[in-house]
Design a protein around this ligand. Structure first.
Ligand SMILES: C[S@@+](CC[C@H](N)C(=O)[O-])C[C@H]1O[C@@H](n2cnc3c(N)ncnc32)[C@H](O)[C@@H]1O
Length: 318
């Protein structure tokens, strides 16, 4: 009858009738429970007892001293391996127990709840941010798609922030190209925790609380005031429609500010001699979020103004 034990012996002895067994010798059992054949199999040693016996002097059990010496040698190795594995198991167990004892790891559900609470908290306390999507009708399809992507990134940054803003998409008209692009390109857009409305920010907030961010403003933004509403122009153009938002905000008698890039950064010498202080909406928002959390413009601008804009922090030039 086939049994692993028999098969083992057969293989150990080169497939021939087991000379050890025929002489009343069973293959030695490993003291720790495993069959010695396992050991040989593990170490890929193929020992032919008969040929060994031919070459060396046999002991009283019929196996040569050489084979027994080898057996003892490999037994030692296997036993060392076994102890190493045991130690490794114990180390893993200890590490696991240590992890359980330390700070409670938040589940996905708990994290989602915290995010929701933070966002809803910002709706109550501010600061508020609107993306003005009333100027998107002249944008190309490519620009519209880029803007939808920037809105997704902006929302993603806000969700991760410890001190988020409450976001509104204003001038957001149902079935418009930007509406379609947001739904098509941004997974879960319908469930974003933000306000969306076709109305203008002028209909939603008192004018004196509104601050329009535009790269062409004269004054630099100094503080993020939780009682103000910050407006970003929903545009991706950088040169064609220069000063578009500045002129719009001026017509609406709103305060206008720019990021303090010139105050904290200097032009970097670069091969293309390209320098621009006009950022994408999500980059401007990242600067606002970072400043709101750290109160450091250096930190905020370093994170938001990419090297491609041709500006570096003043301190980096020293
Ligand atoms: C790609 S820019 C559009 C620039 C466009 N020429 C304009 O007239 O606003 C998108 C929006 O990001 C904001 N923005 C970009 N760079 C800015 C900066 N340096 N300071 C303040 N706001 C900025 C503005 O709200 C701007 O409308």
């Amino acid at each position: 009858m086939f049994s692993p034990e028999n098969a083992a012996r057969k293989s150990l002895c080169g497939g021939k009738p087991d000379p050890l067994q025929t002489q009343g010798v069973t293959c030695q059992e490993d003291p720790s429970g495993g069959n010695l054949w396992d050991t040989f199999q593990l170490l890929q040693i193929d020992v032919d007892c008969e040929s060994s016996r031919d070459q060396f002097t046999s002991n009283e059990n019929g196996c040569s001293r050489n084979v027994l010496r080898k057996q003892r040698h490999w037994e030692k190795i296997v036993s060392a391996k076994r102890s190493k594995r045991k130690l490794e198991r114990e180390r893993r167990k200890a590490k696991h127990a240590e992890g359980k004892g330390s700070a409670h790891q938040l589940s996905k559900r708990e994290l989602k709840l915290i995010t929701k609470e933070r966002l809803l908290g910002a709706r109550e306390t501010g600061p508020w941010l609107c993306i003005d999507l009333s100027m998107t009708s002249n944008m190309t399809q490519k620009e519209t798609s880029r803007l939808a992507t920037q809105i997704r990134r902006l929302y993603g940054s806000n969700k991760k922030a410890e001190r988020p803003f409450w976001i509104s998409l204003t001038g957001f008209v149902e079935n418009s190209p930007i509406y379609e692009a947001c739904l098509r390109m941004n997974d879960g857009f319908a469930n974003y925790l933000m306000d969306v409305t076709p109305e203008s920010y002028l209909d939603l907030f008192p004018s004196k609380t509104i601050v329009y961010l535009t790269p062409d403003a004269e004054d630099a933004l100094e503080e993020v005031d939780p009682h103000k509403v910050y407006i970003l122009g929903g545009l991706v153009d950088e040169s064609i429609q220069k000063s578009l938002t500045l002129h719009k905000a001026q017509r609406e008698h709103l305060q206008t500010v720019r990021l303090p890039i010139q105050e904290y950064m200097v032009k970097n010498a670069n091969a293309k001699n390209y320098h621009s202080t006009t950022l994408a909406v999500n980059q401007v928002f990242d600067a606002l979020l970072s400043f709101h959390a750290t109160k450091s413009w250096e930190e905020a601008l370093k994170a938001a103004v990419s090297p491609g804009k041709g500006y570096v922090l003043r301190e980096e030039t020293i």
